[in-house]
Design a protein around this ligand. Structure first.
Ligand SMILES: [Zn+2]
Length: 422
């Protein structure tokens, strides 16, 4: 998904308050001002997946303010009374999606809005998407990325919107005419605008064939400058040459990769490059919502034919990636309009259709994703000292991965945002 509109005017604080007021008018939920972490919460769970491959039965997790302070066995009475009894459910870390377009939405006419849509509308829509995403058990997302993300990130962090933690690229590098010096300046501008990650478009969209667009030197300039600024880089690359250039330039993550082979995967494993394939939800969603996308940008009949042809190709590519020892696989969906709140479908697809073991797919979507975002010491796992980002699902996702659709409890930073466990 791309969006060339670049309205980067800051919304806060007055415009943000207007956006919040507009949300109230649309009936979307606004975080009550009283949402604050309780001081001592004791959760009992029937099963616990720790996000790193560990499984325990009948456990108690103690949360003090925003952190997990203790994990002990289910009959330990020293923790005090149980606050939430989730004995029938499986507790796991809040899921992470490393690739969403959180502001992408359908307008009042049911179609993708054009470039003239107001920033206010976009922030309101982003708020609604964020809430759907959080309720689906995703406590952190990386938005790849648009200017309204800045307001959303601020609004969520300050309790104005309900949503996951948001990291954003704010914008993206697509201009192939820029010199390496201009690219380095652009990277510094993005950092000063608040980008958590730098997004580079190194190849065409799969709907346009996926060939390399930025030169190797341009990719080196972008990833090199980001590294100097202490930022990660996220590279959209379908073709083998674009991916190779990104890996050799020391970029952090290569995404999509529909045309990659064992050679590129092995190179990534050698260089420690994260690989984020998007093999399920994004194509499913485009095809399900085809009439709402058709006629906008490269969403034409030819492009849709490419999307359909790409489905088995991406599945085979993913099977090859699974077989490469040491490849750092992560989980991102590329969720745009129509797909928000359904990010777990990517994990389910990886398991049911592409044959990844459920335990591995869950580790990818939790601790591996956290590491790829540079947050491995804070989130993505259940252990004492980590942030209390945890969810409960109805069923055991190791046996039936569709349990990830049945999220009954969501806690982020020690605050409960959803509890329908009974
Ligand atoms: Zn995308």
């Amino acid at each position: 998904m791309t969006r060339s509109n670049f309205d980067a005017r800051p919304l806060r604080p007055r415009r943000l308050r207007t956006a919040v007021a507009a949300l109230a008018l649309t009936g979307a939920a606004i975080a009550p001002a009283t949402l604050a972490a309780q001081s001592h919460i004791v959760i009992r769970a029937g099963r616990l997946l720790d996000g790193k491959g560990g499984v325990r039965d009948t456990v108690i997790v103690v949360v003090d303010s925003s952190r997990i302070t203790r994990i002990t066995n289910g009959n330990d009475t020293s923790t005090g009374p149980i606050t939430y009894d989730l004995a029938r459910f499986t507790l796991m870390p809040g899921m992470i999606d490393t690739h969403v377009h959180i502001d992408s939405h359908f307008g009042a006419d049911g179609r993708m809005p054009d470039e003239l849509e107001s920033q206010l509308n976009r922030v309101v829509a982003a708020g609604q998407n964020a809430e759907a995403t959080l309720r689906a058990g995703f406590t952190t997302v990386q938005s790849i990325g648009a200017p309204p993300d800045i307001e959303l990130r601020y609004g969520i962090a300050h309790g104005d919107f309900l949503g996951p933690r948001v990291l954003t690229s704010v914008s993206q590098l697509t201009d192939t005419k820029m010199t390496p010096d201009e690219i380095r300046r652009w990277v510094r501008t993005m950092v000063s605008r608040g980008a958590d990650v730098i997004k580079i478009f190194a190849s065409k969209s799969i709907r346009d064939g996926g060939g390399q667009t930025l030169s190797d030197a341009q990719i080196r300039a972008a990833c090199g400058e980001a590294k100097l600024a202490g930022k990660r880089t996220w590279v959209h690359a379908h073709s083998a040459s674009a991916a190779r250039a990104a890996v050799l330039a020391g970029c952090t993550t290569v995404a999509h990769g529909s045309q990659l082979t064992d050679r590129e995967f092995t190179l990534m494993a050698q260089h420690g490059t994260y690989f984020e394939p998007n093999i399920g939800l994004v194509s499913q969603n485009y095809l399900e919502n085809k009439p709402r996308y058709l006629g906008i940008g490269n969403f034409n009949e030819e492009g849709f034919a490419f999307t359909e042809k790409g489905i088995p190709m991406k599945r085979e590519m993913f099977k090859h990636a699974l077989a490469v020892r040491g490849l750092k696989l992560i989980m991102g969906t590329d969720a745009g309009a129509g797909a928000h709140g359904r990010s777990a479908e990517e994990i389910i697809y990886r398991v049911q259709v592409a044959g990844q073991p459920a335990g591995d797919a869950i580790v990818d979507a939790t601790s591996h994703n956290a590491m790829s975002l540079g947050l491995g010491e804070r989130i993505g796992a259940l252990a004492a000292g980590l942030d209390a980002d945890l969810i409960a699902v109805d069923g055991d996702p190791l046996k039936d991965v569709t349990a990830l659709r049945r999220v009954v409890f969501v806690m982020k930073g020690g605050v409960v945002y959803k509890n329908v466990a009974r």
